[in-house]
Design a protein around this ligand. Structure first.
Ligand SMILES: *[C@@H]1O[C@H](CO)[C@@H](O)[C@H](O)[C@H]1NC(C)=O
Ligand SMILES: *[C@@H]1O[C@H](CO)[C@@H](O)[C@H](O)[C@H]1NC(C)=O
Ligand SMILES: *[C@@H]1O[C@H](CO)[C@@H](O)[C@H](O)[C@H]1NC(C)=O
Length: 231
């Protein structure tokens, strides 16, 4: 029974090793002595927690090896240099526990003791790519506008002119519609009648002329009223 052997798991998000298990700390009294190897020898017990470095066995501190084939080996500072325990004759060959960080905390060691690179900037890079695309599209749009601005201006002006024209014709048509009943269909009859009325008035036959005028107008209007009432 190894009470001080919780599993060392690597937190991929925070890039820090975590101790998991029912209890990270060993029950009091049952704790193994400090510097007792645990985690298959890649760590040592430290106050009942298996998170001490195996390098403490050699009175030195742990470090990260930079050589590609040594990324998942336990490396310690030997003689002021970061050297793998595999290369230090006085040390045992120690590999790190799977899940242990490597490559200066930018990756983790898998079961086959390969350093799997964790691109912490993946999401950020995606975001930047999208932003770049958007900016590029905006840029091409402005470039298009720069080279074809007159088309945009012309179509805008054309649209305004069209709107004005439509409004003018609409306004002209509207009053025509209301006057249509008595006015338009008589077309000429009424103005002629008025002119004749005036002319006769001047010539002295005002009464008869006027009477004729009124009659005529009434004659003209009555069918119109009928027509309008029909519609
Ligand atoms: C080991 O774990 C203990 C308790 O969780 C913590 O106080 C200590 O700093 C850890 N040591 C290392 C080297 O991570
Ligand atoms: C580490 O240091 C301790 C005392 O500080 C000593 O007893 C032990 O022999 C040393 N171990 C090595 C490998 O030098
Ligand atoms: C430790 O590793 C080195 C280099 O890979 C090798 O030469 C040596 O024999 C190994 N020692 C043991 C005890 O396995």
């Amino acid at each position: 029974m190894f009470v001080c052997s919780p599993v060392l798991v690597f937190d991929y998000v925070a890039l820090t090793p975590l101790i998991t298990g029912t209890s990270a700390a060993c029950p009091p009294g049952d704790t193994l002595e400090d510097n007792t190897p645990c985690n298959d020898g890649s760590n040592v017990c430290d106050h009942g927690v298996c998170n001490g470095s195996a390098c403490t066995l050699y009175n030195t501190t742990e470090c990260y090896c930079s050589r590609e084939d040594q990324l998942c080996e336990v490396c310690c500072v030997f003689g002021g240099e970061c050297i793998s325990t595999f290369d230090w004759p006085e040390a045992e060959n120690i590999t790190v526990h799977p899940g242990y960080p490597c490559r200066d905390l930018t990756g983790y060691c898998n079961q086959d003791l390969e350093c799997v690179y964790v691109d912490n900037n993946d999401i950020l890079n995606d975001l930047l790519d999208n932003l770049k695309d958007l900016l590029f599209n905006l840029k091409s749009l402005t470039q298009w506008l720069k080279s074809y601005w007159y088309w945009v201006l012309a179509s805008f002006g054309g649209l305004i002119i069209l709107i004005i024209l439509l409004q003018v014709t609409y306004r002209r048509k509207k009053p025509k519609k209301t006057e249509r009943g008595p006015g338009e269909r008589t077309d000429g009859g009424r103005p002629v009648g008025r002119r004749g009325q005036r002319g006769r008035g001047q010539s002295g036959h005002g009464r008869s002329g006027r009477g004729q005028g009124y009659q005529r107008r009434a004659d003209e209007i009555s069918p119109l009223i009928e027509r309008t009432s029909q519609t």
